[in-house]
Ligand binder design. Structure first.
Ligand code: ADP
Length: 211
């Protein structure tokens, strides 16, 4: 099963993709996470990331092709943060066509803008396992990841200035993808304004029909 998760920053793509991954036994492929983990990022890429600007399609497409060619993606995967432009969505279609594979659904996680700002501006991420926490979903012990006990930190792009920019980029470049998948009859909308359990319940209302 190949799933595309769509949604503005802070709508829970990372959290939901990790839950789906465990439940359906397919890996999460998060381009943002892959970039943050890359130690030899160029100065230019680091600068774009910290400002909340997109990296060039060619860089991201290469990263994606390498990742989904790995053995663990053979039975499907969940895309979080890709595609982010119409051009990336078209590249993905080409790539999957070549592999004789199809997208099962493009799941749009939808939450109001106030929720997004509140979550992101209170968000912390585990430096080790990348689990995320916020005011809505805090750690049990302050500063310590519930899952692995490592330190949790604020992401370099989780500040007001970068978030304003990420939201603008999302509106201009990523939102048109929703229509792109709607036209292909692949779009499903999940209310992500409450908590991850509620979003998963909504996802499972249609998940059985996906393959
Ligand atoms: P968000 O919380 O904004 O959804 P992500 O973790 O998905 O954040 O991505 C963080 C940053 O990584 C983006 O702001 C962008 O700089 C870069 N990035 C991630 N995925 C892509 C992509 N598909 N195309 C271009 N840039 C990307």
């Amino acid at each position: 099963m190949i799933l595309v998760l769509l949604g503005a920053p802070g709508t829970g793509k990372g959290t939901i993709s990790r839950i789906i991954s465990e439940k359906y036994n397919i890996p999460c492929v998060s381009t943002g996470e892959m970039l943050r983990k890359t130690e030899d990022l160029t100065e230019e890429a680091r600068d774009l990331l910290s400002k909340g600007e997109l990296l060039p399609d060619s860089v991201i497409n290469d990263l994606l092709v390498k990742r989904i060619s790995k053995e663990d993606c053979a039975n499907g995967f969940i895309l979080d943060g890709y595609p982010r432009t119409i051009s990336q969505a078209e590249s993905l279609d080409e790539l999957l066509k070549g592999l004789n594979k199809n997208i099962a659904a493009a799941v749009h996680l939808d939450a109001p803008i106030e929720t997004i700002y509140r979550r992101i501006l209170s968000r912390q991420e585990c430096v080790n396992c990348r689990a995320t926490y916020s005011k809505d979903t805090p750690t049990k012990v302050e500063g310590i990841c519930d899952k692995c006990g490592s330190e949790v930190k604020v992401r370099m792009d989780d500040n007001k200035e970068a978030l304003d920019n990420r939201m603008e980029v999302y509106e201009k470049k990523t939102k048109p993808i929703i229509e792109y998948y709607k036209k292909q009859n692949l779009l499903r909308v999940v209310d992500s304004s409450k908590n991850p359990e509620y979003a998963m319940m909504k996802f499972e209302e249609f998940a059985n029909d996906l393959h």
